[in-house]
Design a protein. Sequence first.
Length: 135
Amino acid sequence: MMMTGRQVALVVVLWLFALAVAAQDDTDIVHLLDPGGDRVPLQTVVPVYPERALEERLQGDVEVCFHVDRGGRTSRIAVRSSSHRWFEKPAIQAVRASSYEPLGDDEVLSNIKTCRKFRFRLDPVAIEDPAAESG
């Protein structure tokens, strides 16, 4: 069976690709991280309830989106949605003051932004403890 020039070229390309893959070692492997899922928070700051909103008995929600840099600092913080402007500044300040675990040398930063929703409520919300149910 005779191979055409195109078939020979394809075999050569595949052979070179196989050699390149075999020559790689583990140091070439990088881990692409999603800041919203894989980044570990070091410090999560809770926003301060605005005094004026407390006086007016106003409740609301703010969704803030941001990026996390290699060092774990937040940047490019922006309000995505808000039920009232009084809640926006405290939510932005909370995100700015929060931090994440820095990336390792072998990890690549993803360009995906993270969004967090803050709920400002006058009545305390009970948080379920999963450990209490199992015992």
